[in-house]
Design a protein around this ligand. Structure first.
Ligand code: FAD
Length: 396
């Protein structure tokens, strides 16, 4: 979304065909894969062993190398960013060496590559801790915004067998989190699919999102076809089924007029109420076209250098729509949200539009100085570039 894979007049690597499973230890729950592999392919290989990816995004289309390079996270309860699940990785460097990195072998470089957005070299292999697949049941509850942090602690963190959780805030008021919690169960499956098949037709879902955001009465449509369904439809499925969702289901039909974008803010858990209040005021004042805000939780990340969770965080993921010519409008309220996150001791996420000022970036990621020094050591001629690092990386 911001040129993180792009640089003018540069050679671009496509790792899509580097998608082999190199080693699988089903007993220890460890897999080593080539970095171009997408989660969906890994899930196909893990599922027969009743294994699952431990931490990944909400959708399964992303590559392992790209996920590790942004230090992604998901809805997994009790887990941190993906860095915590990476045992080792192989890095091809600017001078043509191949390094094996881990917590024991060159730990500083290992930590910098996780969330390093390709700035230090090409990750060619990744070794991951896995989780067990499980049967999970969905419970949905409407919780008042003010009560959410206490409710979350009592029902999710201290809940029995909770695997996945998020809470959705919807327009116009963003004030009633709809808490969606998936917990282990022995109940019979309501959907027997092990994985979501690839290549399904999502016209219905795409039309529904379009209608809810463009037509008069869109909020009522959303309430009727999305919220009410969630509240009333029991669902018991396999973890791998929920983890293999396809981003095609939330894609726009066309990008000629408008597109959907993401943003994310990481807020220390104690600042939830205050940040949520300021976020709502900013979105309202800007009349921002936000489809929903998904709240998640991540445990402190103690592995990556450019960590976005230096303590336990609530994560606010904004999914918004904009006319393709209105980027500047979104830029101003995005900067206001970044300021709000920073004022609460939080951060913003880097895979998206490059709206942050350099000052905001420096406040959010003071570790960038150390990252720049490591980059200068391993890539002194700055061969590994992209628009993110061009704009923000302090000069070494
Ligand atoms: C619809 C949608 C939903 C999302 N949901 C989530 C979510 O739930 N949680 C979350 O954390 N994020 C989420 N994201 C953000 C997502 O994790 C990042 O955009 C991620 O980078 C996507 O992976 P990719 O394989 O497309 O990576 P790319 O976009 O291809 O790469 C990302 C960065 O990593 C670098 N890179 C890629 N591969 C390598 C490699 N092998 N070696 C070195 N550098 C490499 C690239 O140069 C680039 O800087 C979402 C994004 C979208 C569009």
């Amino acid at each position: 979304m911001g040129g993180q894979t792009r640089e003018p007049d540069a050679l671009q690597f496509d790792l899509a065909s580097m998608d082999r499973l190199l080693r699988l230890d089903p007993v220890a729950g460890i897999a080593r894969v080539q970095a171009g592999m997408r989660w969906r392919r890994l899930q196909t290989l893990l599922d027969p062993h009743d294994l699952a990816v431990k931490v990944m995004q909400s959708y399964s289309n992303f590559s392992v190398g790209g996920s590790v390079s942004v230090n992604c996270h998901g809805r997994y309860i009790g887990e941190s960013a993906i860095a915590s699940t990476v045992r080792a990785l192989q890095l091809a460097t600017a001078d043509g060496r191949t390094l094996e990195l881990s917590r024991d072998s060159e730990p500083a470089l290992f930590g910098a590559v996780l969330g390093g957005y390709g700035g230090l070299g090409v990750i060619t292999e990744v070794e991951l801790d896995l989780a067990r697949n499980a049967r999970i049941a969905r419970a949905v509850a409407a919780v008042p915004l003010e009560d959410y942090p206490d409710w979350f602690e009592a029902n999710v963190l201290a809940g029995e067998g909770v695997v996945l959780h998020n809470a959705d805030l919807v327009p116009p008021d963003f004030d009633k989190p709809l808490a969606i919690t998936w917990s282990r169960t022995d109940a019979p499956l309501t959907d027997a699919r092990r994985l979501v098949p690839e290549g399904l037709d999502y016209s219905r879902e795409q039309n529904l999102i379009w209608s809810a955001t463009e037509l008069p009465g869109g909020d009522a449509l959303r309430e009727r076809y999305m919220t009410r369904r969630l509240l009333t439809e029991p669902r018991v499925i396999m973890r791998n089924c929920e983890a293999s969702l396809d981003v095609a289901s939330i894609e726009p039909r066309t990008r000629r007029v408008s597109t959907y974008l993401l943003q994310e803010y990481f807020i220390p858990t104690g600042a939830f109420r205050s940040f949520a209040g300021r976020m709502r005021a900013i979105l309202r004042a800007a009349d921002a076209d936000v489809l929903n805000v998904s709240i998640r939780h991540a445990v402190e990340d103690t592995t990556s250098l450019m960590r976005w969770a230096d303590r336990d965080m609530f994560c606010f993921v904004l999914y918004h729509k904009q006319r393709t010519w209105q980027d500047a409008r979104a830029a101003s309220w995005t900067r206001a949200l970044i300021d709000a996150a920073l004022d609460h001791g939080g951060r913003y996420y880097l895979p998206y539009r490059l709206h942050a000022t350099r000052k905001q970036f420096a406040r959010a990621y003071p570790q960038a100085e150390a990252f720049a020094a490591i980059k200068h050591g391993i890539d002194p001629d700055n061969r590994f570039r992209n628009l993110l690092w061009d704009r923000y990386l302090p000069r070494a």
